[in-house]
Design a protein around this ligand. Structure first.
Ligand code: COI
Length: 446
């Protein structure tokens, strides 16, 4: 969101993302990152009092109403570096708007190629144009859970650090070292501790960003880079909470292309799916499943998460070969599946095979592990009611209206274990500290 307020000279006041909550929410800060001559990112002024709530264990939030909307917390982390240098010093500042030059790399070359994507119709032509260019913005997402003893647990934060470095290399950006990243994440989580929900009622979603913040007119790498982390308490990603997802298989728009950036967490992988996602949501679907852009035959990824299918005892997910994000949750689920005795495969999965699966589910940091109740492909709707009854996720009334709405016979499995539920319990058990962490995935901070 871009503020219309004129801030100092010709910079734009931009919030890392905001809504409103509490007295200092949306307040701007004037921390240690003000007016640096070579800098295009500054904090706007009007410093609120940040010590006012320091003694309180919890922020004034209705934890039961949390979804995945932004609830800004008290502090953010900012660190900058010039092109050709390394990140050196950063620190915590009050959460607030930032300033960017109108010619900041991320604003000028961040989304421009999206237009080409939707203008084209030929898959290969698009493959060569819409993943080509300077779209210098990367992000990560990870969560902190509060334990009963009051400490915070981060889940595999070093994996996010490594992925950001990998993505930065592809995007010609400098990136924080793994240690700098971990340090910054820890500082952000602890500074915003009162924004971490009580045990069992959600988590603190931590969002690191790496953007080309320096001014540039011609096409090229930005002269300055900003690493910023903000956070928000969250709970369920999808509005329908734990109800099974209805996925729509997109066969007009692609998410990623061969040789492109689908395998890294760049901002430019997300804006281009908004059209397909909006259209699908208007039609009542929860999310969109994309196919490979070359043959439109194999499944790849959902807008916000990875996808898995179970057939018999074999759990399969598309192999990551440059077009699919290597999700931290995806990898954890692969490991946990092996632990639980499933056979695991990473390979190409034709969409027709998916429709014959016993179970389908999605994984992601935000999404966690979410069952899929139906998949619509070329107007054929495939419903797996097994998720609804066995998981007790729909009551009789909503189950009835669900069936009526889609005029489809729902099949029920009468016994056997549900992979989706088993894996959800195993993963969340480890993330929240309620189950033994045999893999050493959890980092405790306090
Ligand atoms: C995450 O799961 O952390 C993501 O970044 C997905 C995003 C669409 C919320």
């Amino acid at each position: 969101m871009i503020s219309t307020r004129i801030l100092g000279r010709a910079n734009l006041g931009i919030t890392p993302s905001r809504s409103n909550l509490g007295s200092q929410v949306g307040a701007t800060g004037c921390g240690r990152y003000t007016s640096q001559a070579a800098s295009s990112l500054q904090l706007a002024c009007d410093v609120p009092s940040f010590s006012a709530h320091e003694d309180e264990e919890y922020a004034d939030v209705d934890w039961d109403k949390l979804g995945f909307g932004l609830v800004p917390t008290d502090y953010m982390y900012v660190m900058k570096c010039a092109k050709g240098s390394a990140f050196e010093r950063g620190g915590i500042s009050p959460y607030g708007n930032i300033e960017l030059s109108p010619s900041a790399g991320v604003l000028n070359y961040g989304q421009v190629i999206m237009t080409w994507k939707f203008a084209g119709s030929d898959a290969l032509k698009m493959a060569h144009c819409w993943d080509f260019g300077w779209k210098q913005g990367l992000f990560e997402g990870l969560k902190a859970h509060r334990t009963e003893n009051g400490s915070l647990l981060l889940f595999q934060p070093e994996q996010n650090a490594i992925r950001m470095r990998y993505g930065a290399e592809r995007m010609c950006m400098p990136s924080p070292t793994v240690d700098q990243f971990l340090n910054a994440v820890k500082q952000t989580a602890l500074a915003n501790k009162r924004g971490v929900p009580p045990p069992g009622r959600g988590s603190l979603y931590i969002r690191p960003l790496l953007v080309g913040s320096g001014p540039i007119l011609g096409l090229g790498p930005s002269p300055e880079y900003t690493f910023l982390i903000y956070a928000s308490p969250v709970r369920n990603y999808f509005k329908a909470r734990t109800a099974p997802l209805n996925l729509y298989v997109e066969d007009e728009f692609d998410r990623a292309s061969r040789g492109g950036t689908g395998g890294i967490k760049t901002i430019s992988n997300y804006a281009p799916v908004l059209k397909a996602l909006t259209r699908a949501k208007e039609r009542g679907f929860s999310d969109v499943l994309y196919l490979d852009s070359v043959g439109r035959r194999n499944i790849e990824e959902v807008s916000s998460c990875n996808i898995f299918m179970l057939k018999g005892n074999v759990l399969s997910t598309p192999a990551t070969k440059g077009t699919i994000l290597s999700g931290v949750t995806r990898r954890s689920i692969l490991e946990l599946s092996r632990d639980l005795g499933y056979e695991v495969e990473e390979r190409a999965i034709p969409v027709e095979e998916l429709l014959e699966a016993d179970e389908v589910f999605c994984t992601g940091t935000a999404v966690v592990v979410a069952s899929v109740g139906s998949i619509t492909y070329q107007d054929r709707r495939c419903v797996r009611g097994v998720f609804m009854r066995n998981l007790g996720l729909l009551d009789e009334f909503s189950l009835h209206s669900y069936i009526k709405r889609w005029k489809h016979r729902v099949e029920f499995r009468t016994g056997g274990r549900m992979a989706c539920r088993e894996l959800y319990d195993a993963l969340v058990g480890i993330q929240t500290g309620e189950m033994e962490d045999k893999h050493g995935w959890v980092m405790e901070i306090d």
